[in-house]
Design a protein around this ligand. Structure first.
Ligand code: NAD
Length: 290
């Protein structure tokens, strides 16, 4: 299969139309790609429609270049929705998988996908915590498989971390880097597999250190953030970043982490913020009031 020519990527199918899948599909359609959005059931497909509609407003509100004069709305005409996997991928050059972060769900989907996708189709996972090596054996095409990792709010935080396995064909890797660039993203070329990619390899230790300073009583959030902003020139401090990520996500990550400090931080977040409905910028209050 690695000998098949690499088709120039034009038709894209996104599997899963939740938080990230809807953004990935919309971003590609906004940049002129023909996109098919697949979800697991008719109900899930029906729920995706309003998410795409909402993204039109978001692109316009945030003045994403090209969204004026109906440019954002035009993207909707390039998105087709379906709950039929075979139909979804029949003509796909690239399939981007953004289904829940569960090895079982992803395995099941890749095994089905391997049976119905054309030979030339490249598969990419958007998984944040699984390595592409964890999934490659289910794909039936390890040479045409890699990770393409988007950040939440892709129209602003437009990194696309591209990370292959030792099996990934370099020409496939290049085709995906090229696709990322043509869909308005900044490709981040990662040379070897690394949990957390580049962004979370940097961000997670920063956030953990900030939580430690707070829990040890060394400094309050505003002092930690001020230090980081003035000392490095960064626009946001770590507790401001926590608020943007959402404290529920921070809680879930902390609970899942085996170390004692993370468990302590999870309990602290629950008691002081989550149980009081203070979930970050999305609810108007977290470490800060917005
Ligand atoms: P989500 O729960 O918002 O969306 C998942 C979608 O997948 C839902 O629409 C669901 O109906 C659908 N789905 C469930 N089972 C399916 C199946 N068998 N086939 C097809 N679709 C199915 O999740 P999300 O936050 O969009 O995360 C999806 C992936 O993106 C995960 O791997 C996650 O690690 C990654 N990711 C998430 C973020 C983030 O900030 N949320 C950022 C980067 C990467």
């Amino acid at each position: 299969m690695s000998d098949s020519p690499i088709a120039p990527i034009q038709r894209v199918t996104v599997l899963g139309s939740g938080v990230l899948g809807s953004q990935i599909a919309f971003q590609a359609a906004f940049h002129g790609f023909d996109v098919t959005a697949y979800d697991v059931s008719d109900d899930a497909v029906a729920a995706a429609g309003p998410r795409f509609e909402q993204l039109v407003g978001v692109y316009e509100h945030d003045r994403v270049k090209g969204s004026e004069n109906g440019g954002a709305r035009a993207a909707l005409d390039r998105i087709r929705l379906t709950a039929d996997l075979g139909d979804a991928v029949r003509e796909a050059d690239l399939v981007i998988e953004a289904v829940p972060e569960s090895l079982d769900i992803k395995r099941d989907l890749y095994e089905k996908l391997a049976g119905v996708a054309p030979e030339h189709t490249i598969f990419a996972t958007n998984s944040s915590t699984l390595l592409p090596s964890d999934l490659k054996s289910f794909t039936g095409r390890p040479t045409r498989f890699l990770a393409l990792h988007y950040a939440n709010h892709v129209w602003q935080q437009n990194t696309a971390e591209v990370m292959g396995t030792t099996d990934t064909d370099p020409a496939v890797y290049e085709a995906v880097v090229d696709f990322a660039r043509r869909s308005g993203l900044e490709p981040i070329e990662i040379k070897k597999e690394k949990a957390g990619y580049v962004l979370n390899s940097l961000l997670v230790p920063l956030l953990n250190a900030a939580a430690g300073l707070l829990l040890e009583g060394v400094a309050d959030p505003a002092t930690v953030d001020k230090t980081w902003r003035i000392g490095t020139g960064a626009p946001l401090g770590p507790f401001q970043i926590f608020d943007v990520i959402g404290l529920t996500t921070a809680y879930n990550v902390s609970v899942a982490s085996p170390d004692e400090g993370s468990q302590y931080f999870a309990a602290y977040l629950k008691e002081n913020y989550i149980d009081k409905g203070k979930l970050g910028t999305a609810t108007g209050e977290g470490f800060y009031v917005y």
